[in-house]
Design a protein around this ligand. Sequence first.
Ligand SMILES: NC(=O)c1ccc[n+]([C@@H]2O[C@H](COP(=O)([O-])OP(=O)(O)OC[C@H]3O[C@@H](n4cnc5c(N)ncnc54)[C@H](OP(=O)(O)O)[C@@H]3O)[C@@H](O)[C@H]2O)c1
Length: 305
Amino acid sequence: MGKIVITGASGNYGRGVTDALIAQGRASDLILITRKPEKLAERAAQGCDVRYGDFDKPETLAAAVQGADKMLLISGTRVGARVVQHKAAIDAAAGAGVGHVIYTSFIGIDDPANPAEVRHDHIETETLIKASGAAWTMLRDAHYADAMILMTAPNVIPTGKWMINTGEGREAMVWRDDCIASAVAVLTSEGHEGKTYNITGPQLQTFREVTALMAEIIGKPLEFVPIDDESQYAIFDAMGIPRRPVDDLEVGGIPWNSDDMVTFGQAIRGGFLEICTDDVERLTGRKARSVRQMIEDNVEMLRSV
Ligand SMILES: NC(=O)c1ccc[n+]([C@@H]2O[C@H](COP(=O)([O-])OP(=O)(O)OC[C@H]3O[C@@H](n4cnc5c(N)ncnc54)[C@H](OP(=O)(O)O)[C@@H]3O)[C@@H](O)[C@H]2O)c1
């Protein structure tokens, strides 16, 4: 099946994909890119080819992708400013003759009216990949339920109020693990060239509904409080979260910038993320897991915050 090069291999998503492929006996087919190879020493010991590569140093990427047949380009973390990074990886792949690029994109990006800041990064990256000459597959992930619920909960449960600017908009949040399993399916089976998948959870829900579900399952009062964008910025500003992306920075357990998160809220409120598919099941053979199950599986942690 050939060699697979993975960018962002040391991150949450990259680790999940790598674990699954190693479990399938594919360690020696994997080329893992990182700025700090020592982070992946354990992977090297497992038989993976760990290589130095930095999106910000395009000259490092040509050697990093050499010999790969497919590239899983896991989108970078510098939201709003990462197209140039992705371009460096795509150019390197094209130069090395990598035949198929699989990219972790985001749902709802075709509509130019979608205010989500990530839209630009993803649509421009998809366009660059399509123009690169390689075969391509777009994995347009919905919001991760893990990110939206488990990482937010410690900040909202103690206050008894979930204050958020999503209005009555709905989205179908997905388990990151289901996104990872979908990516693994695309990497290890045939027929995905030229396809765009919308990797979503099984059900469209408002945050009012998610708040009620959380309250019911953890057995604590939690009120949904719709707020406007300025109030949402004020909450993040008070937490010390930067408006623009800062590399490798986490504030209050949150690694994102507020322009990113506030415009996500706008996108949800405007219905731009109201997309629900069975692509997880079509790719992996099992149903996408629900927000309810995510809360139930983490109930002890959520009760203790
Ligand atoms: N749909 C959603 O709700 C959602 C939620 C969260 C994230 N995401 C997307 O998923 C992506 C991966 O998330 P994650 O949680 O796995 O991220 P993460 O754990 O923060 O990992 C980030 C990865 O990016 C790599 N990286 C950062 N700067 C780099 C550079 N200059 N050159 C090369 N590599 C660089 C890091 O590699 P090294 O440090 O090893 O170099 C690391 O492996 C995110 O960027 C985002 O696009 C989507």
